[in-house]
Design a protein around this ligand. Structure first.
Ligand SMILES: CC(=O)SCCNC(=O)CCNC(=O)[C@H](O)C(C)(C)COP(=O)(O)OP(=O)(O)OC[C@H]1O[C@@H](n2cnc3c(N)ncnc32)[C@H](O)[C@@H]1OP(=O)(O)O
Ligand SMILES: CC(=O)C(=O)O
Length: 543
């Protein structure tokens, strides 16, 4: 049987942009539109031309340089009460955007008509019909978004259906039922979509669920079960309030679990990448625990899980991660067993034998270090150095023979007569490279930056590649806050060389010492990556 095709409609650039904290530039919108186009999304709602200058520019740009396969859709509400569509200035930029498809949102709930629009129920029907008829007369294809459909239907079924019939009579090609307030439950969605299908006959139905009850994905699926063939949602579920239906979950559920056809399989295999790009462009931290596409979606931490997954992945995985562009990860922590160590070592290029006592030694030292406050889950570079140490494969490129840090804090008068601190730090380090000692000093805004600068200065003449290393994140966590200022501190440092990223960890009762450990390991690991790029295989070669 040929699978039923569903039309996926992405509204990341419109409803997604209504999420608090998101502000896309025109360039951001273009970048996301092109990613969605490559992903194979057939409808991309680009925004509301005329509502703001950015959206006008965005549509203008895409008119000049169109997408390769997706339809870009302009969004707008119905004409204002008491006007005609032809004379409502709001519709002119919509036509000027030059899209083949336009989505018009209109009122379904009588309360919104009388209280929100402050007009009559008949005038709202006329607004819907007139707006769509006008756009059709300009050769546009129309998707009608029935705002507050489910609430409207529950309050006044007859009127709600009359709004849909106006849209259909005017020539709307799709009727999208919106759960605008996100309060409807899946069994209600399913029932109401079936009712609508019976009431309006052979028109294509879409669903636009919001996530206020954390049910938007379930509601999208319920609507499809009842016959909807378009799903509107956003990448990562971004959207007004609690968001929209997350397409990164909707699509794999519909396609891989229920057998619908949403995207070509090769494009579905880029979904995780698109999710990460969109979060990057939105400047929001990716949700590592997101279903299907999150970094942890196929991460295995418990020793029992890892042991079983190594034997057969389906023991702890509901689907093959690669189908959605994700990958299996083995997490290293105190919850680990030998299987975690073997799997991790293998991914680093070391083929260890389960019976090798070194494996048990690595596991024991891991558990002791975690007991002391280290955490290797997010500091895989430090864990690799630990494995190398245990295997006698850690050839440290330098040795720190000592360091000192001076910290000066001077109060100075600010123009406002309040006082602000002016702090500078000076660090000196002594390192040895191949037996030769180097002494260097550097200043920094704080003690850690001074130490980092002094270390780099000492190493750079021998290892010029250090110039390309930079810190991308520096996180400090107090482990036993009750101990006050003597508390133990964990420092996590993330670094990059512009191509790769790595993370290292340090723990100490002294924040400077913890930072020192993490920074030194970070430099050592960066140099190791460089060396590996030149000669990729470790000396204990993979069999
Ligand atoms: C459910 C949804 O998410 S729909 C999309 C919502 N998205 C947005 O609102 C983001 C973009 N919006 C905007 O930039 C602005 O709100 C604009 C340009 C659309 C309108 O701005 P303004 O003219 O200043 O009006 P305002 O933002 O206060 O909106 C209320 C007006 O819209 C009217 N309105 C609301 N819904 C509709 C509708 N479906 N059809 C016609 N008019 C409507 C209201 O009656 C009110 O009109 P009035 O000012 O004549 O009383
Ligand atoms: C159209 C829309 O965004 C809504 O009703 O939620």
């Amino acid at each position: 049987m040929t699978p039923i095709s569903l039309s996926i409609y992405d509204t990341t650039l419109r409803d997604g942009a209504q999420r608090e904290g998101i502000s896309f530039s025109v360039e951001d919108k273009i970048r996301i539109a092109r990613e969605l186009d490559r992903l194979g999304i057939p409808f991309i709602e680009g925004g509301w031309p005329g509502a703001n200058p950015k959206d006008v520019q965005f549509f203008w740009h895409l008119k000049e340089q169109p997408l390769s396969q997706a339809e870009i859709v302009a969004f707008c509400f119905t004409r204002r009460p008491g006007k005609t569509a032809a004379t409502d200035p709001m519709l002119q930029p919509i036509l000027a955007a030059g899209t083949k498809w336009i989505t018009i949102v209109g009122k379904s709930w009588d309360l919104h008509v009388t209280e929100g629009l402050q007009t009559t129920l008949d005038e709202n029907l006329a607004m819907i019909q007139d707006t769509i008829t006008y756009l059709r007369s300009h050769d546009r294809q129309v998707i009608y978004d029935a705002e507050h459909w489910f609430d409207g239907y529950k309050h006044n079924r007859e009127y709600a259906l009359a709004t849909l019939k106006s849209a259909i009579a005017a020539g709307a090609e799709w009727i999208t039922l919106c759960d605008t307030n996100g309060g409807t439950l899946p069994h209600e969605i399913e029932q109401i979509v079936r009712d609508v299908r019976n009431a309006v006959g052979d028109v294509k139905i879409g669903i636009h669920p919001h996530n206020d009850c954390d049910l938007a994905v379930a509601n999208a699926i319920a609507a499809v079960n009842a016959g909807a063939t378009m799903v509107q949602g956003t990448i990562n579920g971004y959207g007004e309030r609690c968001g929209n239906a997350n397409l990164c979950s909707v699509i794999p559920n519909l396609q891989l679990k229920l057998g619908y056809d949403c995207l070509p399989a090769e494009q579905l295999a880029t979904l995780a990448q698109v999710s990460r790009i969109v979060s990057e462009v939105a400047n929001l931290a990716p949700d590592d625990h997101a279903a299907f596409v999150g970094l942890s979606a196929f991460a295995h931490k418990g020793g029992l899980h890892v042991s079983a997954v190594q034997r057969n992945p389906i023991t702890y995985e509901h689907l093959q991660p690669e189908l959605v562009g994700n990958g299996r990860r083995i997490v290293i922590s105190e919850q680990a067993g030998i299987s975690n160590i073997l799997a991790k070592a293998k991914s680093l290029g070391f083929n260890l034998d389960r019976q090798d006592p070194t494996c048990r030694e690595i596991l024991e030292s891991l558990k002791h270090l975690e007991q002391d406050g280290y955490q290797f889950e997010a500091a895989e570079a430090s864990f690799e150095l630990l494995i190398r140490q245990a295997l006698g494969e850690r050839n440290a490129p330098f040795e720190v023979r000592g360091f000192q840090v001076h910290y000066d804090m001077m109060a100075e008068a600010a123009p406002t007569h309040s006082y602000c601190g002016r702090a500078r730090s000076l660090a000196t380090v002594k390192v040895a490279i191949a037996g030769k000692e180097i002494l260097e000093a550097a200043e920094g805004n704080g003690p850690v930056s001074a130490l980092d600068a002094a270390l780099r200065k000492a190493l750079i003449t021998v290892y010029p590649e250090i110039e390309t290393f930079y810190l991308t994140d520096y996180k400090v966590r107090i482990l036993d806050g009750a101990a006050g200022t003597s508390a133990k501190t964990r420092v996590l440092v993330e670094s990059s060389n512009g191509v790769q990223r790595w993370a290292t960890v340090g723990v100490s009762g002294n924040i400077l010492e913890a930072s020192y450990q993490a920074v030194v390991e970070s430099l050592e690991y960066g140099l190791l990556l460089q060396q590996r790029a030149q000669s990729p295989l470790p000396s204990r070669l993979l069999a």
